[in-house]
Design a protein around this ligand. Structure first.
Ligand code: FES
Length: 111
């Protein structure tokens, strides 16, 4: 797992209020357009692991399609007792018309 940014799509591929999942190094990452601000989180709800893709986005929060827990797309923080565990968030850069996402996994020591 490296810390490099990966080009995932163009800004024109994602309209306001839309989210799309992409695979980066085997991880499903959800890229969201919040009124022209692009944000990336893990595409897996921390409640019961449902995909968040297509969840309603409102006021910077995404609602999980399965049970409706809301997560802040900037911080990953969830609301309510079912959202106690935050989502992973990922750094995102817009370079020209391209969206790039970095994974920035913590270093793993092996052996
Ligand atoms: S799986 Fe997302 S709220 Fe339950």
């Amino acid at each position: 797992m490296d810390n490099a940014f990966h080009r995932v799509m163009n800004i024109g591929d994602l309209q306001t209020g839309e989210s799309k999942a992409v695979q980066i190094e085997g991880l499903s990452v959800l890229v969201c357009n919040v009124n022209g601000e692009y944000l990336a989180v893990e595409n897996r709800c921390t409640h019961q692991n449902s995909a968040l893709e297509g969840g309603r986005i409102r006021n910077g929060m995404i609602s999980c399609p399965l049970h409706g827990v809301m997560f802040d797309l900037r911080t990953g923080c969830g609301r309510g007792p079912l959202g106690k565990v935050p989502l992973r968030t990922f750094p995102l850069q817009v370079i020209g018309h391209e969206i790039h996402v970095g994974l920035q996994e913590p270093a793993v020591t092996e052996g």
